[in-house]
Design a protein around this ligand. Structure first.
Ligand code: KE4
Length: 434
C-alpha cells in the first residue's frame, strides 16, 4: 500500500503557515528533521491514524507518548464524555483531582504529594523553582541533549525539537538565566563531579531524563543514576527525575522503579493526561509543602487539574492497571519490533543501533553505540529522513526526527509489527542499492 498522495496536507500546510509560525503549534511536527510536508491528521483509532487525504498509518508517535493505550481508547473517550456532561472547568477543587493524586502517589513511592499543572514544561519549571526555594541556591545542572520543555532555564543545549532544529541555545534566553544553568554530559559522572567540585554548596538541583527520550532514546549506564543520587545527597542538592516521558511508560513506577533510584522530585506529563493537556510534579511532603498556598514558593494555573484532563488520566492509569501483564506485553512487543528492525538493517548491510526502554525506542543510523548527545549527533540524519519517508509512504508513521523516541502502544498487534518490519526491510533494501 503506498500512502503517497498527500495533496490536501500540502494545501493545508501552505494555509497554516500564513497564520501559525511554521504552520505548526510545536516545532517537531513541521518535519524539519526529515524534510517534506507534514501529514495533517484527521482521526485516530487504536494504533492507526488517518490523514486528511485518507491515508492510514500505523502510529508510532502516539501524540509523543500519552497514547500508551492507543488512539481514542473507549475507556478514555467514555470517561471524558461522562465528565463533559457535568461541565468543563470550575476553577475550584474537585474530588477527581484528589483521586488522581492518590493514584499517582500509590504508584510512585518517592512521591508523597503531587501538584497538577497543564504541561510537562510547567511541571519541570515549577520543580526547578521549588528546588531553588527549598535549597536557597540558584544553580541547576542539566545534561547536553536532554529536553525538559521550553522554559528559559532549559533551552541550553536542549534536545528534542531544539536539537532537531539545530538551535539548542534559543535567542531570547538571557545571559543571566543561561548562567545559572550548568551543563554536564549524560552517562559521564565525572562531568557532574567536576561541577559539584567547582560549585560546592551552590547547586540547587540536578534535573535528568532518567532514560533520555529527547536525543532519541539513550539508556543510563549502570551506576550513572546511582552516582547522581550520591552526588546530590552529599551536596544537599535536589535530584529531579524528569519522567514526563518515562512516567508510567517504562514501568508502572516509571524509570525510578526500573533503576531502583529514589529522586527528591519527579515530573510527569503525557500518560497521566491520556492525551489531554496535563503535567504534574511531586515529591516528599517536606519539599512539596513549600508550594503555595501551604508554603511560600508560588505556582498556579487556571486549568490545572481540570476535570477533563484528570478524567482522561484516571481512565488511562486504571486501564493500564486492569491488565496484570500490561508492561510485560509492551516489553515483548518492543523486543520483537526492535529485533525485526535490526534484522532488516543487517540484511541490507545498513549500519544502525537501536536503543530501547520497553515501548519507547529509537533506531539510530549510526555505526557505533549511542550513549550521549555527542554520539547521537554522529547519526546519519539524512538517511533517517529517507527511511522516515520510505516508511511513511508505506503507511508507517515514525517519529519525524532522528532525535526523538518512537512509541509502541497496547493497541499495536503482532500483525501490525510484522507489517512494520516488512516495510522497514523493503525500505532498507532499496537503501542498500543506492
Ligand atoms: P510539554 O511541555 O511538551 O508537555 O513537555 C515538555 C517535556 C518535558 N520533559 C520531557 C522529558 C519531555 O519529553 C517533554 C516533551 N516531549 C516532547 C517530545 N520529545 C514533546 C513533543 C513536542 O515538543 O511537540
Amino acid at each position: 500500500m503506498q500512502n503517497t498522495n498527500r495533496q490536501k496536507s500540502e494545501t493545508a500546510f501552505n494555509r497554516a503557515r500564513i497564520s501559525i509560525p511554521g504552520g505548526v503549534n510545536s516545532p517537531v511536527r513541521a518535519f524539519k528533521g526529515v524534510g517534506g510536508t507534514p501529514a495533517f491528521i484527521a482521526s485516530g483509532k487504536g494504533c492507526h491514524i488517518t490523514d486528511i487525504d485518507g491515508n492510514e498509518y500505523i502510529d508510532f508517535v502516539g501524540s509523543w507518548g500519552p497514547l500508551i493505550l492507543g488512539n481514542a481508547h473507549p475507556a478514555v473517550t467514555e470517561a471524558i464524555s461522562r465528565t463533559l456532561q457535568s461541565g468543563l472547568s470550575f476553577g475550584a477543587p474537585t474530588e477527581a483531582e484528589t483521586e488522581l493524586a492518590e493514584l499517582i502517589t500509590s504508584l510512585v513511592p518517592s512521591v508523597e504529594m503531587v501538584r497538577f499543572v497543564n504541561s510537562g514544561t510547567e511541571a519541570t519549571m515549577s520543580a526547578i523553582r521549588l528546588a531553588r526555594g527549598f535549597t536557597g541556591r540558584n544553580l541547576i545542572i542539566k545534561f547536553d541533549g536532554c529536553y525538559h520543555g521550553h522554559a528559559d532555564c532549559f533551552l541550553i543545549a536542549a534536545g528534542s525539537g531544539a536539537a532537531t532544529l539545530g538551535v539548542p541555545d534559543s535567542p531570547g534566553v538571557t545571559p543571566g538565566t543561561a548562567g545559572d544553568t550548568l551543563l554536564a554530559r549524560f552517562n559521564d559522572l565525572q562531568s557532574v563531579k567536576n561541577l559539584f567540585t567547582s560549585h560546592q554548596g551552590k547547586i540547587a538541583a540536578v534535573i535528568v531524563e532518567p532514560v533520555v527520550g529527547n536525543m532519541g532514546v539513550i539508556l543510563p549506564r549502570p551506576e550513572f543514576l546511582q552516582g547522581l543520587r550520591e552526588l546530590t545527597e552529599s551536596d544537599k542538592s535536589i535530584l529531579i527525575f524528569d519522567e514526563v516521558m518515562t512516567g508510567f511508560r517504562v514501568a508502572s513506577g516509571g524509570a525510578q522503579e526500573l533503576y531502583g533510584i529514589k529522586p527528591d522530585l519527579t515530573t510527569f506529563g503525557k500518560i497521566i493526561g491520556g492525551g489531554l493537556p496535563v503535567g504534574a510534579y511531586g515529591g516528599s511532603r517536606k519539599i512539596m509543602e513549600l508550594i503555595s498556598p501551604s508554603g511560600p514558593v508560588y505556582q498556579a494555573g487556571t486549568l490545572s487539574g481540570n476535570p477533563l484532563s484528570v478524567s482522561a488520566g484516571l481512565a488511562t492509569l486504571k486501564q493500564i492497571h486492569s491488565k496484570s501483564d500490561f508492561y510485560e506485553k509492551l516489553e515483548q512487543n518492543g523486543a520483537y519490533l526492535a529485533e525485526g528492525l535490526l534484522e532488516g538493517c543487517r540484511a541490507a548491510s545498513v549500519k544502525a543501533t537501536l536503543n530501547r526502554a520497553g515501548s519507547m525506542m529509537t533506531l539510530f543510523f549510526n555505526s557505533g553505540e549511542v550513549t550521549d548527545a555527542d554520539s547521537a549527533r554522529r547519526s546519519d540524519t539524512k538517511l533517517y529522513g529517507r527511511f522516515f519517508h520510505g516508511m511513511l509512504d508505506k503507511g508507517i508513521y515514525l517519529a519525524p526526527s532522528q532525535f526523538e523516541a518512537s512509541f509502541l502502544s497496547r493497541a499495536h498487534s503482532k500483525e501490525d509489527l510484522d507489517k512494520v518490519i516488512n516495510a522497514a526491510t523493503e525500505v532498507l533494501e532499496v537503501e542498500s542499492h543506492k
